[in-house]
Ligand binder design. Structure first.
Ligand SMILES: [Zn+2]
Ligand SMILES: [Zn+2]
Length: 133
């Protein structure tokens, strides 16, 4: 990993946009958000820079049930909650993840590198909406 990356203003812009939101945006979502301020930006540029940022280890892909790649900045391991109604993705801090990993390793004698917590359900906002209907 001794590939060097030239500083790119657009890449920095896209990275900041990923960091500034908790919504785990897709390329399309970022493009819609940024193009109001930066009309010269193209969707292709967003895709390309997201791929580079991922290679650099600054952001990671978050799997979504719709099979659209969503992104977030690289951070400590945490779980994700997927709302099946509005397709929002929320972070879930789960302190016991390491403990669970250790106990699974004990049980199976596998070495587990990553353990992912994925929850599916209805988010608070969608619950409220359902109550109003
Ligand atoms: Zn929802
Ligand atoms: Zn996350």
């Amino acid at each position: 990993m001794d590939k060097t990356y030239r500083y790119s203003k657009q890449r920095e812009l896209i990275y900041q946009a990923v960091c500034d939101t908790a919504s785990h945006p897709s390329a399309q979502m970022l493009y819609e958000h940024l193009k109001t301020k930066y009309p010269n930006l193209s969707l292709g540029t967003v895709y390309r820079n997201l791929a580079t940022l991922e290679q650099m280890g600054k952001i990671v892909k978050v799997q979504s049930p719709q099979n659209v790649d969503r992104y977030e900045k690289t951070q400590l391991e945490h779980g994700h909650f997927y709302c099946v109604k509005c397709h929002s993705i929320y972070d879930i801090a789960f302190d016991d993840l390491q403990k669970t990993k250790a106990s699974l390793e004990n049980k199976t004698s596998f070495t587990i590198n990553t353990l992912k917590l994925q929850c599916y359900g209805i988010c608070c906002q969608c619950q409220e909406q359902t109550n109003l209907e």
